[in-house]
Structure formats: structure tokens, C-alpha cells
Ligand binder design. Structure first.
Ligand code: PLP
Length: 343
């Protein structure tokens, strides 16, 4: 296959949709996953009674591929994403997509769109969006009998254009993203629909993102928008244990790296007042790896928890960030087999 070189302004890409050359699809029918199909269309045709449209039978994932100094393309934690998707499938009664199928499709779509993988120097990456939807028709509330799994990709810019920076967050008490025994632990579109008003409110108030407390007691830290929270103090990495937060793969990776750096790692409930005691804190996820937290304002309680006293990211956040990015780009040894090299 001869691929025309792309002339994109790699360093100035934002996080937005862009058409790539191909996407890959596979269908679940009669209890079986089909062979993989390649498409160059951005559209899908759906039955109007498809369960994804009415009852939210929809799951997605988000992962990235990076071009290294050696020109090789590396996909970060593909298996962990496949496993999380399987857990989401169980959560909303969809058939599990086998890890092998996930691997085949993700590597195929990256390879077929290789010219969209940004160059090493740009700090940009290829965002990979797997999507699994109920396509079978139902009007009663039942799981569909047919499903579509597809994967598409697009190049996205470096999250921090002006360098690694700290951001202010605001506690939102009037909306919940997810319930303690609800779907917060699954990566489903419904949680995002539930977060839109809170996100808009945070933006209208001039904050970068909303900060959620546990829905039941409004006492403990849950998530920072669509990212996990972690705090650093006394050489310890602390992250919430909660039944309503999404198990972030970035967070899991950072816990391992923190341990490797000789830190203690704690997963437990974090009362909001404890924010006062953290030396550093961050929001973590695939998009930014770490978005350091400058302060968290709790407007209703008329309190402000200032974490980055000088408004700048702290040294441990920076070290964790540099290490994880280093592994993703192939600059630092991949000790745990997190990276899949696309051959
Ligand atoms: C995807 C997501 C995250 C981040 O997970 P990563 O695997 O680190 O990208 C955190 N919170 C929510 C609600 C999410 O949907």
C-alpha cells in the first residue's frame, strides 16, 4: 500500500474529530463475532429501534498510539483496555469482545492509518476510539441480540501546549455523575450524558473542570470530571476507593510507577477535608496523562483547597508524567509489557 504523506500541523492539533483513511468493524450476530471488515466510510446505518439509541447500550474505550524516536509505533496498554471493555460489557449486558479480537482490530486500524500517527518530535499522538453498540431492535427494555464493534482513530495534539500546567477545579454538589451501585465503574456513554450539566456549570464558573464527591454522603472524593484523582503526601500516592469511579488505566500505571519510585500507594476513601494535607494532586487519564491540580474550590462550603501554592505542578507529578510519557514514546524501558509495537 502506498500512502501519501500527510502535511498536518502536528504540534497544533487539538482534541477533536478528524477523518482518517479507514475504520474497522465487526458484528455480533447469532451469538458470534464476525470477521473484521475495513471501511472508509465515516457513517453507520442503524435500525431506529437499536438499543444503543434508546436504552444506552453503548460502551467505549480510549487509548493512544505513539511514534517513537526510532520511528516505531507503540500502542499503550491495549490488553488493559480490552479487559475494561469486557467488564463494561458485563455491566450493561452486552456480549464480551475477546481480547484477541480487540488486539487484531486495534493494531489493524493503527497500521492502516499509519500516516496519521504524528511524528515523535510533535508530542502529539494517535487517539484510538473503540466503540461497542447494541444494534438489534428492541422497544421493551431488553439487551439487543445484535451488536457492532468498531474502532476509529484520529491524530490529537499534545494536551499541554504551553507546557505542563496546573488547573483549578470546582466541587459540584448539585449533580452526580454516577450512583454508588450504578454504572460509574463502566465506560458507558450514559455517565457522560449525566456529567454534561455539571461540566457546563464548572466552565461557566470559569473552572477547567468539575470535581465530584461520592453521591451518597457527599463526603469523599470521587472523580475530577472524566479523570481519576490522586494526591501526594508523605511519600505516599493516595487515590480514592469508590464503587462509582471508572478504573483508570493511567491511574493504575501511575500507582505502579509511584511504587517503583519508592512511594507507598494507598487506595482508600479520601474525605474532602484531607485535600488540605496534600503536597501535590492531579487528575489522570489517557488524554493528559496527568493534569496537575492547582486548587479545588468548594463554593457552597465557602472553602478553597489550595494544593499548588505557587500555581505550578509539583516535582512528583512531573516525574510520574515524564516517566509514563517516556514509556509511551519508547524512551524509557517498558518493564511491564505495557506497550504493543505495531509491526
Ligand atoms: C476514561 C475515563 C477515565 C480515564 O481512564 P484512562 O484509562 O486512564 O484513560 C477516568 N474517568 C472516567 C469517567 C473515564 O470515562
Amino acid at each position: 500500500m502506498i500512502m501519501k504523506e500527510l502535511n498536518l500541523d502536528w504540534s497544533n492539533l487539538s482534541f477533536g474529530y478528524m477523518k482518517a483513511d479507514y475504520n474497522v468493524r465487526c458484528y455480533y450476530r447469532n451469538g458470534e463475532w464476525s470477521e473484521v471488515e475495513v471501511s472508509d466510510s465515516e457513517h453507520i446505518t442503524l435500525h431506529m429501534a437499536a438499543t444503543c439509541l434508546h436504552y444506552g447500550q453503548e460502551a467505549f474505550e480510549g487509548l493512544k498510539a505513539f511514534r517513537g524516536k526510532d520511528g516505531k509505533v507503540r500502542i499503550f496498554r491495549l490488553e488493559a483496555n480490552a479487559e475494561r471493555l469486557q467488564s463494561t460489557c458485563d455491566g450493561i449486558m452486552m456480549p464480551q469482545l475477546p481480547t484477541e479480537k480487540f488486539r487484531e482490530m486495534v493494531t489493524k486500524v493503527v497500521k492502516m492509518n499509519e500516516r496519521f500517527v504524528p511524528p515523535y518530535e510533535s508530542g502529539a499522538s494517535l487517539y484510538i476510539r473503540p466503540l461497542l453498540i447494541g444494534t438489534g431492535a428492541q422497544v421493551g427494555v431488553h439487551p439487543a441480540d445484535e451488536y457492532l464493534f468498531m474502532v476509529f482513530v484520529m491524530p490529537v495534539g499534545p494536551y499541554f501546549k504551553g507546557g505542563f500546567a496546573a488547573n483549578p477545579y470546582v466541587v459540584i454538589r448539585q449533580y452526580d455523575r454516577s450512583a454508588p451501585l450504578g454504572t460509574g465503574i463502566y465506560k458507558v456513554g450514559g455517565n457522560y450524558a449525566a456529567s454534561m450539566k455539571a461540566n457546563k456549570l464548572a466552565h461557566d464558573l470559569g473552572y477547567s473542570c468539575e470535581f465530584y464527591l461520592d453521591a451518597k454522603e457527599k463526603k469523599y472524593i470521587d472523580e475530577c470530571g472524566a479523570a481519576n484523582f490522586f494526591g501526594i503526601k508523605d511519600n505516599t500516592y493516595v487515590t480514592p476507593k469508590s464503587t462509582s469511579i471508572l478504573p483508570s488505566i493511567t491511574n493504575k500505571s501511575l500507582m505502579q510507577l509511584a511504587e517503583d519510585m519508592g512511594m507507598k500507594v494507598e487506595r482508600r476513601q479520601i474525605p474532602i477535608e484531607e485535600l488540605d494535607t496534600f503536597e501535590e494532586a492531579g487528575a489522570c487519564g489517557t488524554a493528559a496523562v496527568i493534569s496537575p491540580i492547582e486548587r479545588i474550590d468548594d463554593l457552597e462550603m465557602k472553602r478553597s483547597y489550595v494544593i499548588a501554592k505557587d500555581g505550578k505542578p509539583g516535582p512528583i507529578c512531573r516525574k510520574l508524567y515524564d516517566t509514563l510519557r517516556g514509556i509511551q514514546y519508547g524512551d524509557i524501558e517498558d518493564r511491564y509489557g505495557w506497550v504493543t509495537i505495531v509491526e
